[in-house]
Design a protein around this ligand. Sequence first.
Ligand code: PMT
Length: 408
Amino acid sequence: MPTPVNKPLKIILGVTGGIAAYKIPLLLRLFKKSGADVQVIMTPSAGRFVTAETLSVLSEKTVLTEFFNPSTGSWNNHVELGLWADALFIAPATATTIGKMVHGIADNLLLATYLSARCPVIIAPAMDLDMYAHDSVTENLHTLESRGVHIIPAEDGPLASGLAGPGRLPEPETLFAEFLKIMNPELPLKGKHVLVTAGPTYEPIDPVRFIGNHSSGKMGFAIAEAFKKAGASVTLVSGPVSLKTPKEVNRINVITAEQMREACLNERDKADIIVMAAAVADFKVENQADLKIKKSSHLTLSLIKNPDILQELGNVKSTNQTLIGFALESHDGLEYAKEKITRKNLDFIVLNSLADEGAGFGHDTNKVNLIDKAKNVREYPLLSKKAVADIVVKQAIQYHFSGIFADI
Ligand code: PMT
């Protein structure tokens, strides 16, 4: 599995006493899976919500809580710990810990280590909604942010108290994805190459007529732009559309499916991630007329199958390549999409349905489900195509590096 960071990172994972601590073993697994060396430090009350034994087994290290080891009396040197770490990640961060961080109170090992740390500090607050919305917590978070602490905001959702609202700790995959972004500020896809297709293909009947479809290219162009923003070098193979090329994206214009196939096959070797958002015509005219066909009461066209470009890319996909397809369906979408993932050897597929208002061809919006090859489904509401593109790109990054979806 590729490592998401350039070298194994030394991470201090600080766990404080909140119910959301139950999510931390999974976050720890993601850190370890990425090759990181993780030292867990728990505050004294964190052990009420998750056991040190669990975190010790997963981190392959003794979990630290006290300044002095109660059995040996040896000193857990917070200064050394602070200097050792490449990153200090505190999750969940309770209101108490946040307040103490602001005021420099070092009454436990984690807080003392925080004050000694020279590395990036990232906190993920989690608490009940009224606490999270309280002016004192809001101001404390602003203060920490102004001092350079990275804050991963709490999410809106059901809380342990039975109330619902902002205060939830994001899921481990999201925390991990945010961590990667913070630790790779130069952009997560720097050095990576991405191939995106967009738009329709036109299959000529004669020099003036063609068979085409309603694809505007908006979805694929938004995806190309989002990949560019994530630092990738992007090649966009586009069918005939009237859209402006996103900044710094290398665009190859094609008309027919055969031309799109040729462009994709030329580009595929260097692509780390491929996204086929184009609506490729499944059929072409068997005998294209060289001269304009004259009007008559009847015209019969013989159509033959076009190459399935995505299928070909799936057949020759390399181990480190992430291949993402689209599925445009009018009914039984999940079933057909799942079948396409397997048949075309995809990592995941983006399903949009003509049955959903505002989704599919032409609109500025889309409504998608993302399905991976383990058949996990992520459902999203109707969003702008730009927002959908951001989701597809975030999931592509997460999938490329860790082989699983982020919880977004
Ligand atoms: O361009 P917009 O107006 O913004 O609309 C966006 C969109 C609806 C075109 C887009 O969201 C979308 O769904 N694109 C895929 C449309 C499609 O062809 O779906 P499909 O289920 O027929 O094909 C499945 C996959 O195989 C697609 O990734 C397609 O690119 C690919 N394919 C299909 C046929 C073929 N001959 N070669 C292929 O590579």
